[in-house]
Design a protein around this ligand. Structure first.
Ligand code: DLL
Length: 434
């Protein structure tokens, strides 16, 4: 563990630490001469235990846009040393700012995340998340350096060059979206580099993925490979909010000494029963430039029960089910794209790339899934695989989904940024062709 004492604190001591940090934060926020913070805290009574956090108001994504660029700052600009931005789906991006201490915190949580996945100072880590306004590249980069490992700032794109570099420099770890990691694995196999690789682990997140996709990714390198899930979001810090450790597959430890998690019913905002799925809400306890109170992430997950074999005492959240805003409503049935992915990826004969098309040409929307065969040896079995998948989708999501199975390489891939999986069809042109 990178910070063993902190990461194994008893729940009681952790709660005291969280309460102290929250109290310090609120005391600081109350002294600010900021219209945003004065309005946010108006009517909030003093309280001293983190368990009473529901007394605080929520923060919504729209507040970042409404206060763009600096309205939420709690430190003067001369203390701000960096900004990142997340690309908004509409209009202005969301700006997030960091002081020197925030940058150190960003490095710390990512170093802790890397250590949890099994990284040490001896690792050479290829960082294939985008560098720039996106938090992925620089966040992991500072984490790798803080751990004392070797950072290779490859950024996104250019898979042929990247796999050759990985082989030459002996990369042992990979930080990339799961979809780009798969592109790299395919490319390494196609370029005959598998034998030369030294890869042992990968830290993958920034987009939804499933257990089935993990299996495919772990088997794609032709060697033992440990793929682990990392969660984060710009508004909170970037990557490094939660990590799936090497020993405890299936849940992600939240760095609770810095980010306080709650899970609420997305419709009512009330807490859900322990272990039930709901929307993750996060409060930053230690950030300086731009702390956030009870941020509605829109991400759907649940708290995992039980202790983790790794010994970390922080609560774990399950792999994300999807985003409240990504949910598709097809003929009255609510379905997350990731649920469809789970069915498509659980099949041993499918490859790891797929697309979901919402066909809106008719009166009622129809769903189509396009997927590839795992390898060319299966060519000829397309119809059989398609029938099997359609049946399974009917059982799982109770929807008739038209399944189209093509040869390996037939579904377009995203080489830079987050994978685009869901496409809308409104006229007769193929939405995947553009
Ligand atoms: O994606 C930060 C990040 C970079 C996380 C690298 C992990 C690795 P944003 O661009 O602000 O930040 O997007 C945040 O991406 O609210 C989720 O909906 C989604 N997301 C992030 N990690 C995961 C994950 C970065 N492990 C949004 N599984 C979040 C599923 C994820 N979705």
């Amino acid at each position: 563990m990178f910070m063993e004492e902190t990461e194994t604190l008893s729940r009681a001591r952790l709660s005291v630490l969280q309460s102290q940090r929250l109290e310090d934060l609120l005391n600081r926020l109350r002294t600010l001469d900021s219209p945003y913070w004065k309005a946010k805290l108006a009517g909030v009574k003093a309280f001293s235990a983190v368990e009473e956090i529901a007394a605080l108001p929520f923060t919504e994504k729209a507040e970042f846009r409404d206060t763009y660029p600096y309205g939420m700052l709690t430190a003067p600009l001369e203390k701000v040393v960096r900004v990142h931005a997340s690309s908004g789906t509409s209009g202005k991006p969301t700006i997030v700012a960091y002081t020197q201490d925030d940058v150190a915190l960003f490095a710390e949580v990512n170093a802790r995340a890397l250590a949890a996945v099994g990284a040490t100072a001896a690792d050479v880590v290829q960082i294939s998340y985008g560098y720039g306004l996106f938090t992925g590249g620089l966040g992991l980069h500072y984490g790798v350096e803080r751990l004392g490992a070797t950072a290779v700032p490859a950024s996104g794109g250019n898979p042929g060059f990247q796999v050759a570099l990985m082989a030459d420099i002996g990369a042992t770890g990979l930080a990339a979206t799961p979809s780009f990691a798969l592109i790299l694995a395919e490319r390494a196999a196609a370029d005959g580099l598998t034998e030369k690789l030294k890869l042992d682990w990968g830290i993958h997140g920034a987009e939804p993925w499933s257990e089935g996709l993990r299996d495919k990714l772990e088997n794609a390198w032709g060697r033992e490979y440990h793929a682990r899930d990392i969660y984060g979001l710009s508004e909170i810090i970037g990557p490094g909010v939660a990590i799936e450790c090497r020993d405890g597959k299936g849940g992600m430890h939240v760095f609770e000494d810095h980010f306080f998690p709650e899970i609420v019913n997305p419709a009512t905002g009330e807490p859900v029963a322990d272990g039930e799925p709901g929307e993750l809400v996060l409060t930053t306890l230690t950030k300086q430039a731009q702390p956030v109170l009870r941020y509605r992430t829109r991400d759907i997950t649940r708290f995992m029960p039980g202790d983790c074999p790794c010994g970390r005492t922080s609560r774990r959240i399950a792999r994300l089910e999807g985003r409240a805003d990504d949910m598709l409503i097809i003929r009255g049935i609510n379905v997350y794209p990731r649920t469809i992915e789970t069915v498509l990826m659980d099949d041993p004969d499918t490859g790891a790339n797929y697309a979901i098309i919402v066909d809106r040409r008719g009166e009622l929307p129809e769903l189509e899934a396009r997927v590839e065969l795992a390898h060319t040896g299966l060519v000829g079995s397309e119809d059989q695989v398609a029938t099997r998948l359609a049946e399974r989708l009917m059982e799982t999501v109770r929807l008739r989904v038209k399944v189209d199975v093509g040869p390996p390489g037939s579904v377009p891939r995203t080489e830079v940024g987050k994978a685009k999986r869901v496409f809308e069809q409104t006229d007769d042109t193929d939405p995947l062709a553009s």
